[in-house]
Unconditional design. Structure first.
Length: 65
């Protein structure tokens, strides 16, 4: 059974409201969930957090193969 690991990255939508993006691994694939029906606007720091979450998810997905 795959371990459940999920990362959350704060962002804003185009109207400036706070939202979250999620990154998780499902059956060896990296899944990114953006705010439903929205565009995610990320600051440079938030982009760095998204990058780190994606990197960690790729490492986990590769370990599950």
């Amino acid at each position: 059974m795959e371990p459940t690991k999920q990362w959350h990255v704060s962002c804003r939508d185009v109207a400036g409201r706070r939202r979250d993006m999620s990154v998780f691994v499902n059956q060896g694939h990296v899944v990114v969930v953006a705010p439903p029906g929205e565009t995610a606007v990320l600051s440079p720091l938030e982009v760095g957090r998204l990058r780190a979450a994606l990197r960690d998810a790729v490492v986990l997905a590769a370990a599950l193969e």
